[in-house]
Design a protein around this ligand. Structure first.
Ligand code: NDP
Ligand code: MG
Length: 380
C-alpha cells in the first residue's frame, strides 16, 4: 500500500491523480487539500475517505465540516491546514498540484518531514528552487517531476551518466497562436486563449501555454530539477506534442520519451517510480501519426519565453517577479481587465522596475510577490 496526500485535489492534475488512485487499489489517499470547491471536496471525501480534508477558505471549510459531519474526516483550513496535509504522518508521497506560489511553504514542510514530492506545482520551484533543491538533497528526499516535459527528461536520464549531459531539449507545442504576429495577437479574448490544441489543463496554465510563459517557467523548473545552466536548455517547438522532451549527451546521442499527450502517464510514473504500471487509454500509433515536425520558438512575438531566460539568468528574486507578475496579469486578463498582449508587457515592466535580492528566503519571496502585485495595481 502506498499512501498519498494531494494539494490541489479538485483541479486538473488533482482529478487525474485521483483517477489513477481509482485504477490502483494499492494507492490510498490520506489527505486532500484545495482552495474553496466545497462540492467537489465533499464528493472526494465520500469516495476516497481521506483522514484529513483541507480548504484554504475558512468559510468554505466550515461549510464542508457541516456537510461531512457523518464521516470521520478531520477538516482544516488556511496555511496551517495545507501544511498539516503536506506533512500528514500517514503519507509517504505528497502530490503538489496547487497553482501558484501558495505551494512554497507546504512543499518545504513536506521535505522537512521526509515526504517524497511528486511535483506539478512548477511556480514553487521557479520561485524557491534555490531553497527547495538543497533542502531535498540534505534530507535525501526525492522530487519526482509530474510536468510532462520534466518527466520525459527524467525518464531520458534513467541509467545515463549525469556528467555527460550536453543539452536538454525541452519541447513545446507552441500553443494555439503559434505562427501569429503581435498584430494578430492584439484582440485575443480569454475564450480563445483557453483552448489548447493538445492538452486539457487548468485555466492559468492554459493561458501560460498560449503566451509561452509556461515554457519559460518550465525552463526555470528544468534548471532546478536537473541542475543545468540556462545556456544548455533549448526549447524546441514540436506542435504534435508526441515527444515530451529529450536529453542530448556528449557523444551526440539523444534520449527522448514519447507518448500520447495525457498527463496521467507522468503522474502515474511519479507515483510508482521506478515501476511502470499498466495504464488504460490510447497508445501511440506511428502509422497514424505519420510525421513529427520541429521549429524554433518565436521569442519576438511571444516575449514571455525570452523574458523567462532573462529572469532565470538574472536569478535571485527576479524569477519571483516574473512569476508573480504573470500570475496577476493572467488573472486581470481572465477577468477581462487587460488585453492579451498586456500580460507579457506587465511582466517586462515589473522586471525592469525590480532591484533583485540574492538568495531570497521565504519571507523575502512572499514580500517580493506582494510588492509586484502592488506595483501592477498602481500601474493598471
Ligand atoms: P487547476 O486550476 O485546475 O487546479 C488548481 C488546484 O489548486 C485546485 O484544486 C484549487 O482548488 C487549488 N487551489 C487554488 N488555490 C488554492 C489555495 N489558496 N489553497 C489550496 N488550494 C488551492 O490547476 P492545474 O491542475 O492545471 O495546475 C496545477 C499545477 O500543476 C500548476 O502549477 C500547473 O502549472 C501544474 N501543471 C499542470 C498541468 C496540467 O495538465 N493541468 C501540466 C503540468 C503542470 P479549488 O478547485 O478549490 O479552487
Ligand atoms: Mg508541461
Amino acid at each position: 500500500m502506498k499512501r498519498i496526500a494531494i494539494l490541489g485535489s479538485t483541479g486538473s492534475i488533482g482529478l487525474q491523480t485521483l483517477e489513477i488512485v481509482r485504477d490502483n487499489p494499492d494507492l490510498q489517499v490520506v489527505a486532500l487539500a484545495a482552495g474553496s470547491n466545497v462540492n467537489r471536496m465533499e464528493e472526494q471525501i465520500r469516495e476516497f475517505k481521506p483522514l484529513l480534508a483541507v480548504l484554504w477558505d475558512e468559510g468554505a471549510a466550515r461549510d464542508l465540516k457541516e456537510r461531512v459531519a457523518d464521516t470521520d474526516v478531520q477538516v482544516a483550513y488556511g496555511m496551517d491546514g495545507l501544511i498539516a496535509a503536506a506533512v500528514h504522518p500517514m503519507a509517504e508521497v505528497l502530490v503538489t498540484a496547487v497553482v501558484g506560489m501558495i505551494g512554497i511553504r507546504p512543499t518545504i514542510a513536506a521535505i522537512e518531514a521526509g515526504k517524497t514530492i511528486a511535483l506539478a506545482n512548477k511556480e514553487t520551484l521557479v520561485c524557491a528552487g534555490h531553497l527547495i533543491m538543497p533542502l531535498a538533497r540534505e534530507r535525501k528526499v526525492d522530487i519526482l517531476p509530474v510536468d510532462s516535459e520534466h518527466s520525459a527528461i527524467f525518464q531520458s536520464m534513467n541509467g545515463e551518466p549525469k556528467n555527460r549531459i550536453s543539452k536538454i531539449l525541452l519541447t513545446a507545442s507552441g500553443g494555439p497562436f503559434r505562427g501569429k504576429t503581435k498584430e494578430q495577437l492584439q484582440n485575443i479574448r480569454p475564450e480563445d486563449a483557453l483552448k489548447h490544441p493538445n492538452w486539457s489543463m487548468g485555466p492559468k496554465i492554459t493561458i501560460d501555454s498560449s503566451t509561452l510563459v509556461n515554457k519559460g517557467l518550465e525552463v526555470m523548473e528544468a534548471r532546478w530539477l536537473f541542475d543545468v545552466d540556462f545556456s544548455r536548455i533549448q526549447v524546441v517547438v514540436h506542435p504534435q506534442s508526441i515527444i515530451h522532451s529529450m536529453v542530448e549527451y556528449e557523444d551526440g546521442g539523444i534520449m527522448a520519451q514519447l507518448g500520447a499527450p495525457d498527463m496521467k502517464l507522468p503522474i502515474q510514473y511519479a507515483l510508482f517510480y521506478p515501476d511502470r504500471r499498466p495504464m488504460k487509454g490510447k497508445k501511440l500509433d506511428f502509422y497514424d501519426i505519420g510525421q513529427l515536425t520541429f521549429e524554433k520558438p518565436d521569442m519576438e512575438n511571444f516575449e514571455g519565453l525570452r523574458l523567462a531566460y532573462k529572469a532565470g539568468e538574472t536569478g535571485g528574486s527576479m524569477p519571483v517577479v516574473y512569476n508573480a507578475a504573470n500570475e496577476k496579469a493572467v488573472r486581470l486578463f481572465l477577468d477581462g481587465k487587460i488585453s492579451y498582449l498586456r500580460i507579457t508587457e506587465i511582466i517586462r515592466a515589473c522586471m525592469e522596475e525590480h532591484r533583485k535580492t540574492d538568495n531570497p528566503d521565504v519571507e523575502q519571496i512572499l514580500r517580493t510577490e506582494q510588492e509586484t502585485y502592488e506595483y501592477i495595481e498602481k500601474l493598471y
